[in-house]
Write a protein that binds this ligand. Structure first.
Ligand SMILES: [Zn+2]
Length: 374
C-alpha cells in the first residue's frame, strides 16, 4: 500500500502510541517532518505533518498538502476545540447495553499461522514459495466452498500468474460481506531475506483464523467471503498500474458478473500484527463503515488502538472504492518508529503480537455482527 501521512489538526498532536514511542526513542515525531524514506518498490510521498492551528496557517503548505488540509478543515468543528478523530467518527447513539456475547478468536493459533507462513520464506508472485503458500491456504479450507480467480498479470517485469482465493460462508440474508487481505510479499525485496511477517503474513493468518471461526456455523446474516488477495505489491514501482493486480482484476470481474452490487461491505486487513497496534483512520475508506468498525472496537474495549491518526491509504480496497463498494482498510502504517520496519528485512516475527491479531480478528467479527443487524 501507499500513503501520504497528514496529521489532522483536530486531535491530540500525539497519539498514545506516539507518546509511548517518543518516550522509548527520546524523539518527537512532530519535530522531524519530511524524513520518511520511500522504500524500494513502494511509492511514498514525504511524511507530512500539519500541526494545530486554524486553516489560515496551513495556507503556507504546499498545494499537495493543501488539498488534504481542506479535508481536515471540513472535519474540524472549531480550531479552538481539540477533538479526537475517533470522537468525530463515533456515533452518539451507540448502544452500550447490547447483551450479545463478545467475539474472540484463537490468537495463539493465528500467531502459529503467521509462523508457518513466514517459514516459507519470501513469497513474491511467481515464486515457488508463493505456490507453496497457495497450497497451505487451500489445505486449511477443506470442507469450505472455495473459488479461485486466477489469471496472468502483465507487469513491468513480465507476465506473472496471480491467484485470488475466495472462501465462501453462506448466510441467510441477501448480500455479502467480504473480508480481505493479501498473501503475496514484496517483489523487489525478494532476494534480501525479506519475509513480510506483518506485511503479507499477518493478513494471511488472520483470514485463516476467521475461517476457523466461521466454519460449520450457521450464519444468521449476510454471507461472508474471505478473500486472500494476490499481487497487491508493486513489482517495480508503486503506481496505479503497478500494484493491486489481484483486486483490480477481481473488482472488474465481479462488476461484470453482478457480484459487486451484492457486496454490502469490503473489509480489508493489512499489516495488523504489529505489537504496537495503531489502526489508521484511512481517508480513502467509507466513513460510515469506519464508524461501524469503531463501534465494534469500542464495544470490545479496543478503541484506543483505532483511528488515532488520519491518512489516505492506497491498498487493495481502492478498486472496490472506485466502483462504489463501501470499504474500510484496517491497516497500521506506523510499523516501528516512523514506519522503519515496513518493506525492509526487519519485518520479522519478533515485532508481532498475538494480542494484536486478537484485537483485529475480534473487531472484524463484531463488525460483521453489527452489519448483520443493520
Ligand atoms: Zn507491502
Amino acid at each position: 500500500m501507499s500513503y501520504v501521512a497528514v496529521r489532522i489538526a483536530v486531535h491530540d498532536p500525539a497519539t498514545a502510541a506516539e507518546r509511548r514511542q517518543n518516550a522509548a526513542h527520546g524523539a518527537s515525531r512532530g519535530s522531524v517532518p519530511g524524513t520518511m524514506q520511500a522504500p524500494k518498490g513502494r511509492k511514498q510521498t514525504p511524511h507530512l505533518q500539519i500541526l494545530a492551528g486554524p486553516c489560515a496557517a496551513r495556507m503556507l503548505a504546499t498545494c499537495l498538502v493543501l488539498s488534504f488540509a481542506l479535508i481536515a478543515c471540513a472535519r474540524q468543528k472549531s480550531p479552538d476545540t481539540p477533538q479526537t478523530v475517533s470522537s468525530t467518527l463515533l456515533p452518539a447513539t451507540m448502544n452500550s447495553d447490547d447483551p450479545a456475547p463478545k467475539p474472540s478468536i484463537n490468537s495463539s493459533r493465528a500467531m502459529q499461522y503467521v509462523r508457518d507462513v513466514v517459514a516459507f520464506g519470501p513469497r513474491p508472485i511467481g515464486s515457488p514459495n508463493h505456490k507453496k503458500l497457495e497450497t497451505y491456504i487451500t489445505s486449511h479450507l477443506k470442507g469450505v466452498p472455495v473459488e479461485d480467480d486466477a489469471f496472468i498479470a502483465e507487469t513491468p517485469e513480465g507476465k506473472f500468474p496471480v491467484r485470488n482465493i475466495i472462501a465462501k460462508f453462506p448466510g441467510t440474508r441477501d448480500g455479502i460481506i467480504v473480508i480481505a487481505g493479501h498473501y503475496d510479499t514484496n517483489y523487489p525485496l525478494r532476494n534480501t531475506g525479506y519475509v513480510g511477517a506483518n506485511d503479507g503474513g499477518s493478513s494471511t493468518a488472520i483470514l485463516l483464523e476467521l475461517a476457523n471461526q466461521l466454519r460449520g456455523k450457521k450464519r444468521d446474516g449476510y454471507s461472508v467471503w474471505l478473500l486472500w488477495t494476490d499481487g497487491e505489491e508493486a513489482v517495480k514501482q508503486w503506481s496505479a498500474t503497478d500494484s493491486l493486480y489481484g483486486t483490480r482484476h477481481l473488482a472488474e470481474k465481479w462488476q461484470k458478473d453482478g457480484t459487486l452490487k451484492k457486496i454490502k461491505a469490503f473489509l480489508l486487513t493489512d499489516m495488523i500484527g504489529d505489537a504496537d497496534l495503531n489502526i489508521e483512520q484511512d481517508m480513502n475508506s467509507t466513513p460510515w463503515l469506519e464508524n461501524v468498525v469503531l463501534q465494534a472496537a469500542t464495544r470490545l474495549g479496543y478503541q484506543s488502538h483505532f483511528f488515532g491518526r488520519s491518512i489516505p491509504v492506497e491498498d487493495d480496497h481502492l478498486p472496490f472504492v472506485h466502483m462504489g463498494v463501501p470499504s474500510a482498510d484496517l491497516i497500521d502504517l506506523d510499523y516501528g518508529y516512523n514506519n522503519v520496519f515496513h518493506h525492509t528485512p526487519q519485518d520479522t516475527l519478533d515485532k508481532l503480537s498475538p494480542q494484536s491479531l486478537e484485537i483485529v480478528g475480534s473487531v472484524l467479527m463484531e463488525t460483521v455482527r453489527l452489519l448483520d443487524k443493520m
